[in-house]
Design a protein around this ligand. Structure first.
Ligand code: NAD
Length: 416
């Protein structure tokens, strides 16, 4: 079996996850070089993957200024830094794994899609949910005709109050100009799944939502800018940073502390919270992305879908209800359970099993399956094996751009 090699651009949280596949399957996949400006991330990564000094770079531009040195490039930089490295990597002849959102605006998304089509290379957009065993099983139910023709579809993106606070209030995605609007950032996965399952073009979108809770108006009396500056609400506030990062079970199991500081110990985390972004009062972060939004969609054949994204949930999961001419389907991605009932008929429960892996990947196995399938498509040099190409992923992004326009204008907007 030919071993596939890749260069990693951006050794942050996502870059580390996909690169685990090289540690898990060293006979199939290897990381040949890395570009990462953060010194400790760069050094840790280089040591983990045994990279020689001439294969370690501070910036993606330095790495891609050299002739092609691997089969693929993994573009895992932040939202605003996807287009240029993706285009340059294609130009050099790399296959590309591109984190979502593809790009922060419509023109750049279209540019990436046409460059990928012209290149003949595999360009996989990281719509990891498509690859998850859960959504693969939902897709199979639809293809097997278990619900007939889809007429209406409701999906809820339960963000989780703790996930919202970490990522979209204190963290990387709190500001829509520095990253992207919440509906694109968080929900391009949802619009991708909805349009993939319905299998039609979306023709009209409307949307409402706002930032209601995480604002300075809602700061409890006397709350300082940083929790550790003697907040009087330390015992009652669920977002009190030291308790949040050191004790919250989901915050701990999802590795959020590692985003606060590399190599986290209780002392290092506490120190980083004193004046760092993750130590701020959640009501005083100057964030602007919404904490709830609904999107209504109409598709070419008249099917309709609604998506609700909301921060104020205990769990971080997707739930869905699909109504078709022959039956209904309910899904819960946390319990990995799908329930199907034919109209006037029987009910069937399907329990989905996640892949067994040595390392921890996210999205219920979606991350693992995506990188596994990407490596395989690259090895066979076959873009037809790609399940989330740039052109297949474009519609989900266009729906999000239209939804954001509609939310700001308070009207229905066509994504066409
Ligand atoms: N597919 C998914 O489900 C999913 C989930 C979370 C995040 N994401 C997306 O993945 C991307 C990365 O997110 P993340 O959580 O890993 O963020 P991150 O901040 O942890 O990682 C980004 C890395 O890029 C590095 N970087 C910055 N400038 C660079 C440069 N010039 N050259 C090379 N590297 C540079 C940063 O130092 C950082 O380490 C984002 O676009 C995000 O929206 C996707």
């Amino acid at each position: 079996m030919k071993k596939v090699s890749a260069v990693l651009l951006g050794a942050g949280a996502r870059g580390l996850i996909y690169s685990r596949y090289a540690l898990e399957k060293p006979d199939e996949f290897e990381i040949a070089a890395v570009a990462e400006p953060d010194q400790s991330r760069r050094e840790n990564f280089a040591s983990l993957h045994h990279l020689p000094p001439d294969r370690v770079f501070n910036d993606w531009k330095d790495l891609l200024a050299l002739p092609k040195m691997a089969d693929a490039a993994l573009v895992c930089t932040m939202d605003q830094m996807h287009t240029q490295p993706a285009l340059k990597a294609l130009e050099l002849g790399y296959h590309v794994l591109l984190e979502k959102p593809m790009a922060p605006d419509e023109d750049e998304c279209r540019m990436i899609a046409s460059a990928a089509d012209r290149s003949g290379k595999v360009l996989t957009v990281c719509h990891v949910l498509r690859y998850s065993p859960f959504f693969q099983a939902v897709k199979k139910c639809i293809e097997d005709g278990m619900v007939g023709k889809i007429i209406a579809y409701d999906q809820t993106e339960n963000v989780g109050y703790w996930h919202q606070a970490h990522s979209f209030v204190r963290g990387n995605w709190s500001n829509s100009e520095r990253s992207t609007p919440m509906i694109l950032q968080k929900c391009c996965h949802d619009t991708d799944i909805i349009s993939w399952l319905i299998g039609q073009k979306c023709t009209m979108v409307s949307s409402y939502g706002k930032l209601s809770h995480f604002t300075s108006d809602n700061a409890p009396e006397g709350a300082p800018d940083y929790c550790l500056d003697g907040c009087p609400h330390e015992d009652s506030c669920i977002y009190y940073a030291p308790k949040f990062y050191l004790e919250h079970p989901k915050v701990k199991s999802d590795g959020f502390a590692e985003m606060v500081v590399t190599d986290p110990t209780a002392e290092r985390i506490t120190e980083a919270l004193r004046k760092g972004p993750y130590g701020r009062c959640v009501y005083r972060c100057g964030n602007d992305v919404v904490d709830h939004q609904v999107v209504s969609m109409e598709f070419e054949d008249g099917a309709v879908a609604s998506l609700t994204m909301c921060a104020f949930t205990q769990e971080c999961k997707r739930t869905l209800h699909i109504m078709g001419t022959a039956g209904e389907l309910w899904g819960d991605m946390e319990s990995n359970e799908i329930r199907v009932r034919t109209l006037g008929g029987e009910e069937r429960v399907i329990s989905v099993t996640k892949p067994e892996t040595r390392y921890s990947y996210n999205h219920d196995g979606g991350d693992y399956c995506l990188i596994r399938d990407f490596v395989s498509a690259v090895r066979l040099d076959d873009p037809a094996l790609n399940r989330s190409s740039a052109s297949q992923s474009l519609q989900s992004h266009l729906i999000c751009f239209a939804a954001e326009k509609a939310r700001l204008l308070h009207c229905g907007v066509s994504p066409m």
